[in-house]
Every structure is written in C-alpha cells, then in structure tokens.
Design a protein around this ligand. Structure first.
Ligand SMILES: [Zn+2]
Length: 155
C-alpha cells in the first residue's frame, strides 16, 4: 500500500499517488485522459506536478489543436521531418530556441502562428521550387547564426 500524506487543502492524511480519469472540456468537446497526480480522498483536491502535466499534455494539445483547426503536435513533427531538420535545427531556423520544437511536439507550447502558416504552406504545396527556396534560406540561416556559444537561462 502507498503511504498517504497530508492534504495541504483539508489537512487530512488522505493524499496518495493515483492515476485518475479526468475529463477536459473545450469548446463543447470532451476528452477523458488518464491523469497521474496526487489526489486527496477526503476533499477530492488534486496536486499535479510539472511531470504529471507533461504526461497528458501531448494528448490534450493534440485534441485542442484539432478542434481549433491548428497544426497538432503530430503535424508539426511530420512537417519538420519532411524538411529533414532535427528539433534543434528547426528551432534555430524558425525561432524559439533549441527546445522550441520539442515543446511544440510534446504539446507543452503551441507553434507561433507565423511558423504555423509557413508549415501549412510547405505541407500543402510541397514542390521543387518550395524545396529549393527552403534549402537556400536554411543554408543562409546557418551562415548568419553561426556556432552558438554559451547557454541562455531562458529558452
Ligand atoms: Zn484534502
């Protein structure tokens, strides 16, 4: 048995780590996810750590972006792979830093509209001219940004 800890809300020693079915509502749609977290059996309060939220973020963002008609985390990954760029390279070229695409593709952030527009264009009109234009811009971008030194605290 898991030892129960004290609830910061009601004070009862009824908090344990569980995975519960949690229903999200968005624009009239419903999605049930299996949400890990610390749950209190006395008052029903839940405490979700960043890792708990990360566990369901991709599924929730996939669902929300489909409802909104925006690129989903899966779409972003597919189009980026089509451009033959890894996440770091994509972040350097389209902006947002080295972790930006990891965040988009894990549902932790939504891709900026300007980048999304470009990605939709590249996805819908994948022809030779577009590919050539993209590779020339990518080469230029590598040349301009050059090797990165140091680490920024803020990504
Ligand atoms: Zn409680």
């Amino acid at each position: 048995m898991t030892k129960k800890t004290q609830c910061p809300i009601c004070g009862e020693f009824e908090v344990s780590r569980q995975i519960r079915a949690v229903t999200h509502t968005f624009k009239g749609h419903k999605l049930e996810v299996m949400q890990p977290g610390e749950y209190c059996d006395a008052c029903g309060e839940s405490v979700l750590s960043p890792a708990d939220l990360k566990a369901t973020a991709k599924e929730i963002e996939q669902w929300r972006s489909e409802i909104l008609g925006r690129l989903t985390p899966q779409d972003v990954k597919r189009i980026r792979n089509g451009l033959k760029l890894n996440q770091k390279e994509a972040g350097a070229i389209f902006g947002g830093g080295p972790n930006a695409f990891s965040r988009y593709e894990n549902g932790l952030a939504r891709i900026p509209k300007a980048v999304e527009f470009l990605f939709k264009m590249l996805d819908q009109y994948p022809n030779e001219t577009t590919s050539k234009a993209v590779s020339s811009v990518i080469n230029l971008s590598h040349f301009v940004s050059g090797p990165r030194k140091g680490k920024h605290a803020h990504g």
